[in-house]
Ligand binder design. Sequence first.
Ligand code: NAD
Ligand code: UD1
Length: 337
Amino acid sequence: MTVLVTGGAGYIGSHTCLELLQTGQDVLVLDNLANSSEEPLRRVQEITGKHLDFVEGDIRDTELLDKLFSQRQIDSVVHFAGLKAVGESTQIPLDYYENNVWGSVNLLQAMQRAGVCKFVFSSSATVYGDPHTVPILENFPLKVTNPYGRTKLMVEDICRDLASSDNRWQIALLRYFNPAGAHPSGRIGEQPSGIPNNLVPYITQVAIGKREFLSVFGDDYDTPDGTGVRDYLHVVDLAIGHLKALDRLGTQQGCVAYNLGTGQGYSVLQMVKAFEKASSKEIPYQITPRRPGDIACCYADPAFAEAELNWKAEKGLDEMMADSWRWQSQNPEGFGE
Ligand code: NAD
Ligand code: UD1
């Protein structure tokens, strides 16, 4: 039985393919390479010594999806494919709705035609907006503030409606907190296109001299040191969360949302210090105004995922930073394209 991984050449997808191969699963990746290349998949096969199948193509291509589902014994789908930059989503919202929402509908329709009902979806903690309190539980109100976030919430709603309409569907909505780090081999990791939006890749690019200094977006938040607090999660832990979700789908009914986070928040300045310790590099920074749309503090209550999926983040901040640094320092140009 094969797991279809959409967006499997990307950052989280490639780490998940690696874990799937290591547990002996057959993997078929569908990726249009809009934000990736084949190189991570080549390296995943090199690390694991196992083969995966790759099809270059788009989740919006109905004919291609029907062909894949009819030719292969696909048992489940892990759906990473999508556009993910919040700022860009405010500039080109229609591209986000077409790719993330319509693409997902097209994929679910193809699954329905093929009778494949196990679906794991990459959602985000962004669906909680600015929470009233932390830690965040899955039953907190959902509120989104930008087109990217709306695409995630829309697909969640579509999945809930679908599962209510037909009890054969088994769907896990995985709400990631802040993925960071890289595989400990140093061979695969995150390759942001252009200037990184996210904190950890920005820090690592300062460390290799690609960027002059880190802008710390605001030091006047209501947090212990005034800088934003987030729940940073090692990408290998996150990848394993997908395997646990797939296991759980065998017995889970309907559509269920799970927080994937550590439960521990760190501030921007704590992250800088942890990186400096792991890399022995100094990270120059300047305090700049808040980034519009940012919230003060966001971290998960991960107890539900632990109870239901038997999943818990195992890797701490030091390991995350050491792995980020290994990846960045050994691959200053990422995958080289
Ligand atoms: P990524 O950009 O590295 O990977 C996404 C992959 O999907 C890329 O390889 C891209 O080429 C592919 N893709 C995009 N549109 C496609 C399409 N129409 N058809 C086929 N392939 C397509 O991103 P990532 O960081 O690995 O994120 C994976 C998923 O997790 C995304 O849905 C993202 O929104 C979600 N997510 C990411 C984060 C994060 O911080 N990285 C946080 C929460 C949620
Ligand atoms: C961002 C996205 C969010 C997405 C998440 C994970 C925005 C507004 N939100 O959230 O939708 O789900 O990434 O991909 O883009 N910071 C700096 N300097 C930087 C970069 C970040 O100080 O150069 C700070 C931020 O203000 C924040 C923290 O670092 O306090 C983490 O930022 P980031 O990595 O962008 O993640 P989120 O803000 O959680």
